[in-house]
Ligand binder design. Structure first.
Ligand SMILES: [Zn+2]
Length: 286
């Protein structure tokens, strides 16, 4: 009886609730490291000189979640809880959004685009004031939230496939699949100027949302040969004996999306960093 109780507790700990992370720590670091490659010139050199700090700290917001209860909603936007795709009726202005839906709903649905906006303006200010060290940390944090919005399941209410019998897809796709199958993240273009951080965040949300059903479809196919118990265990952080077969189907079905989302995240992060520097008046970096 006691053993059973202990077993139940362990299973509960391993089962995934709403504490999903977005790309794993290593994945965030790899994306931010790749982003540096997309910027050239004086500002690119500055990023390159600080690449280790930039990339290492890009995982930090996921650690903040463990101590700060307000941190969780900063990592996603469940856009379909507000409006149908392409989400034209969601106010881009944060005050307007709050006035329309109330602060509780706004926080519940996720606020990532406006966190990106905050960091965008904060970074511009730091550049203007030549606070280079602080700017590295702000850029690093900003990169995390931009990367999270590129994860398709960070933009929809069905974020873990819990509404469609696909529980566990979130972690398996963003962590196990990347670890097993992605050797390289290559920005899909060089840095481009972004004038409106919230509108660009919504562009990313729209791209991510448009492909998320493909992830669910792939999961349905990949879990079809599994027993019920095996399928249930996908919704844990455990390494599973049958996982390789499951992941191989998942990869066959979604490899294009996976690489595109990661490569795109790197290019977007570079673009946000670069735009802050331009917007600050391209200050000379000492
Ligand atoms: Zn995150």
């Amino acid at each position: 009886m006691r053993r059973l109780a202990v077993h139940i507790i362990i299973v509960q700990i391993l089962l995934i609730g709403n504490q999903l992370f977005g790309w794993g720590y290593d994945e965030h670091r790899r994306i931010s490291r790749a982003a540096v490659q997309a910027v050239s010139g004086e500002f690119g050199d500055f990023l390159q000189n600080n690449v280790d700090v930039l990339s290492y700290n890009s995982a930090n917001p996921d650690f903040w979640r463990k101590v700060d209860p307000d941190e969780l909603p900063r990592h996603f936007l469940d856009a379909d809880l507000y409006d149908e795709y392409p989400f034209d009726r969601i106010p881009r202005d944060y005050d307007e959004l709050n006035a329309k839906y109330g602060a509780d709903v706004v926080v519940q649905n996720g606020i990532a685009p406006w966190v990106v906006e905050d960091y965008y303006f904060k970074t511009i200010d730091l550049f203007k004031n030549k606070k280079w060290n602080e700017s590295i940390h702000a850029m690093s944090a900003m990169s995390h939230y931009i990367a999270d919005l590129h994860m398709p399941l960070h933009t929809c209410a069905n974020y873990n496939g819990q509404l469609t019998g696909n529980e566990g897809i979130h972690f398996r796709w963003e962590k196990s699949l990347v670890e097993g199958y992605v050797n390289e993240i290559i920005p899909n273009g060089s840095a481009e100027y972004i004038a409106d951080p919230v509108e660009m965040s919504f562009t990313i949300v729209k791209e991510s949302f448009a492909v998320y059903p493909e992830l669910l479809k792939a999961d349905t196919k990949a879990r079809a040969p599994l027993t019920e118990a095996q399928a249930d265990s996908l919704n844990t952080y455990e390494k599973l004996t049958f996982e390789d077969e499951y992941l191989s189907v998942l990869y066959d079905e979604t490899s294009e999306i996976l690489h595109e989302r990661l490569n795109s995240a790197a290019q977007r992060i570079a673009s946000f960093w670069y735009s802050c520097w331009i917007k600050a008046g391209s200050p000379e970096i000492q």
